[in-house]
Design a protein around this ligand. Structure first.
Ligand SMILES: O=C(O)[C@H](O)[C@@H](O)[C@H](O)[C@H](O)COP(=O)(O)O
Length: 247
């Protein structure tokens, strides 16, 4: 990471559940996201032997992960894991683990330990059980995304059994999102739940574009995560949600 600008937002609104920060350019947005995560990880490493970072996939967060890969941190003491994953092989170019490998796990961050959610020869039930074991260590930071339909992690509006998944005591669940357009061609997934998000010391939502800004504002006008699952990011008890937005 090199010093390019001060990473200051051009506008911010700090409420009790959400701290919304708006950046003018994609470059400032990426830089600010990386600085925020690096600061949280540094703080965690000062207090504990290892730090834990959970990451989302999708098309949005790559530039933040690229910037973070250059952060001077004790990466060999950092565990990187996923918020959610499509039921694909971990090296599939459409998997979230492929995105994390390609954008974060090089440069300084190459020394991090990476836990994929899928592994060749493992059933989805075994994969979820392993994820739930690893989740006994509370995350220091969770990076969330939001789809155009208001989903977060792999919890989609209209998902069959969504109410039970939202109430699950387990940090990870398997998901069958057949019939949910937001899941694209990957209906089988593993997802973090509110129970998995709650213990995180920090939550960061990365979004871009006018549509997502308006959608997030609409989400903040209500509290029902069945209608817009992104609401779980600020209705789940625990850390205040930090949102970084740019056009
Ligand atoms: O596997 C996934 O699909 C992601 O982890 C997902 O939860 C993502 O964060 C949102 O879909 C936003 O995706 P975009 O950034 O592409 O809109």
């Amino acid at each position: 990471m090199t010093e390019r600008d001060d990473g200051k937002p051009d506008m911010e609104i700090a409420g009790p559940r959400v701290h919304f920060l708006s950046y003018q350019s994609a470059e400032q947005w990426a830089w600010a996201g990386a600085v925020t995560l690096a600061a949280e990880l540094r703080r965690a490493l000062e207090q504990r032997p290892r730090a834990r970072l959970l990451l989302s996939g999708g098309s949005t967060p790559g530039p933040v992960y690229e910037a973070l890969s250059r952060a001077p941190l004790d990466w060999h003491r950092i565990d990187v894991a996923l918020v959610d994953e499509r039921w694909l092989q971990p090296d599939d170019p459409d998997s979230n683990s492929h995105l994390v490998r390609a954008t974060l796990l090089h440069d300084k961050a190459a020394k991090a330990r990476f836990e994929t959610l899928t592994r060749t020869g493992r059933s989805i039930e075994e994969a979820v059980a392993t994820a739930n074991l690893h989740a006994s260590q509370a995350p220091d930071a969770v990076v969330l995304g939001m789809g155009d339909d208001g989903h977060t992690a792999s919890l989609f509006p209209g998902l069959r059994g969504l109410d039970q998944l939202l109430a699950s005591p387990n940090p990870y669940v398997s998901v069958d999102a057949a019939g949910c357009p937001g899941a694209g061609p990957w209906p089988r997934r593993i997802s973090l739940t509110p129970a998995g998000l709650a213990p995180s010391r920090m939550r960061l939502l990365l979004i871009r574009g006018e549509h997502k800004r308006r959608l997030f504002e609409r989400a903040m006008d209500g509290i029902d995560p069945l209608e817009l699952p992104i609401r779980l990011a600020f209705t789940t008890p625990g850390a205040r949600l930090r949102v970084h937005w740019c056009p």
